[in-house]
Design a protein around this ligand. Structure first.
Ligand code: SF4
Length: 408
């Protein structure tokens, strides 16, 4: 059995680099077309080629999402996109559409095909058929329990690899097949353009009095009666690591660098400890607490142990840390930072590095452009120098208290 790998998301080149730095064995991202995240920055060919080269230099792989359901007019362009991804060196394509899987396997040899979770594979017979069409891996439907996944993985050993989501946002519809956004605002989730109306707040209206609305109160914050919880399986990684599942996937191509770094590092540490036989309850508790720091809805374990919590109990998001700055360079005992959210002299911030979390006290701030000392940095992307005596490197991130965004 090969070692299970960790697959992290990237919506742009910054999160791509962060994913590589903070634990990914593989990164998935979209090209400019045909990826189910039309609102992400995504990657043009030049950027994608650079990103792939960077990943391969670190012996990591890149998976490209081509997972819309194709219309007739999409087919030739999708095949061209598949060829471009292969020619740029991508390792795998994540595809949902049955016909396109068969056509890509036939017309674009030389790149692996992974079946997207959107294809809703829920049994080993279906997985074998996708394998016969040319797929080497499938992302299991989110509705499967852990026991079902373990059984399928055993049955499919030496046939096709299994990948499963372990963390991130979930849809209240079946494996993400959802018409809400298309019906309500004309933006199709199945074309990568979901407006997330399941996260909106709704009121009750009686047909004969359409002008009157009654509040539906779930929590003091309001309601989100269609909103699913976020998935978090970190406490169950010891069992998952023994399941034969080839790859564990984190959702979130719209997430920022701090999210990818925090979640990536937490799962990396637990997965490595499971491999080395050093995993402890304390480590899992510590890493679980890290996942609480990034913006998320209430967590649950999805369908892994039966039915998840009812939608509607996940009104709003919460987080206890905010992305403050990116480390651009370290020279001697001075860190050059690029600001994301404001911070002050006297702040006790934290540096998130691949080796772990370190205190980052702010004793002085100097504007990089002029050398002027300032008490606060409040211009996004402003570059500043901050003295630091610990170990830090370019690509590390600085986080601090939530000041700029209320938990909702
Ligand atoms: S509206 Fe909500 S449930 Fe539907 S696809 Fe979008 S995020 Fe998923």
């Amino acid at each position: 059995m090969t070692e299970p790998t960790l697959l992290l998301p990237a919506g742009n080149i910054d999160t791509f680099k962060t994913a590589l730095r903070f634990g990914a064995d593989a990164v998935y991202c979209g090209m400019n077309q045909f990826s189910l995240r039309a609102q992400a920055d995504n990657f043009d060919d030049r950027l994608l080629g650079d990103a792939i080269e960077m990943a391969h230099g670190l012996k990591k792989t890149v998976h490209i999402t081509l997972n819309i359901f194709a219309r007739n007019a999409d087919r030739q362009n999708m095949l061209r996109a598949a060829s471009r991804a292969r020619d740029l060196g991508a390792n795998a394509l994540i595809v949902s559409d049955l016909g396109m899987i068969a056509e890509i396997a036939r017309q674009v040899p030389g790149i692996d095909i992974h079946v997207s979770t959107q294809a809703n594979i829920t049994n080993a017979t279906t997985a074998r058929i996708y394998h016969d069409l040319g797929a080497v891996r499938f992302v299991a439907a989110r509705e499967l329990s852990l026991s079902e996944l373990e059984e399928m993985t055993r049955e499919l050993e030496d046939v096709i690899e299994v990948e499963t989501f372990i963390h991130g946002a979930e849809c209240m519809s079946y494996s993400g097949r959802c018409m809400l956004s298309a019906a309500m605002v004309g933006r199709s989730a199945n074309r990568g353009d979901c407006a997330q109306p399941c996260r909106w707040s709704y009121a009750l209206v009686e047909r004969k009095r359409p002008e009157e609305q009654w509040e539906i109160v779930e929590t003091p914050k309001g309601n989100a009666i269609l909103s699913a919880h976020d998935l978090c399986m970190i406490e169950h990684m010891p069992r998952l690591m023994k399941s034969g599942i080839a790859c564990f996937k984190v959702e979130g191509r719209m997430k920022n660098e701090l999210y990818v770094a925090t979640v990536g590092l937490a799962y990396r540490r637990v997965m490595d400890a499971c491999k080395n036989g050093t995993v402890t309850d304390d480590l899992i508790r510590e890493c679980r607490a890290e996942t609480d720091k990034v913006s998320h809805r209430a967590y649950d374990t999805g369908f892994y142990f039966g039915h998840p919590a009812e939608p509607g109990m996940a009104a709003g998001t919460q987080q206890s840390a905010e992305f403050v700055a990116r480390v651009l360079e370290v020279s001697g005992k001075v860190a050059l930072l690029e600001m994301r959210n404001r911070f002050f002299v006297g702040d006790h911030l934290e540096a998130i590095t691949p080796e772990g979390i370190r205190p980052f006290p702010v004793e002085d701030i100097r504007l990089d452009a002029t050398g002027e000392h300032v008490d606060v940095v409040n211009v996004p992307l402003c570059r500043v120098q901050v003295p630091y005596t610990g170990t830090l490197a370019a690509g590390d991130l600085i986080r601090g208290p939530v000041r700029n965004r209320a938990n909702t």
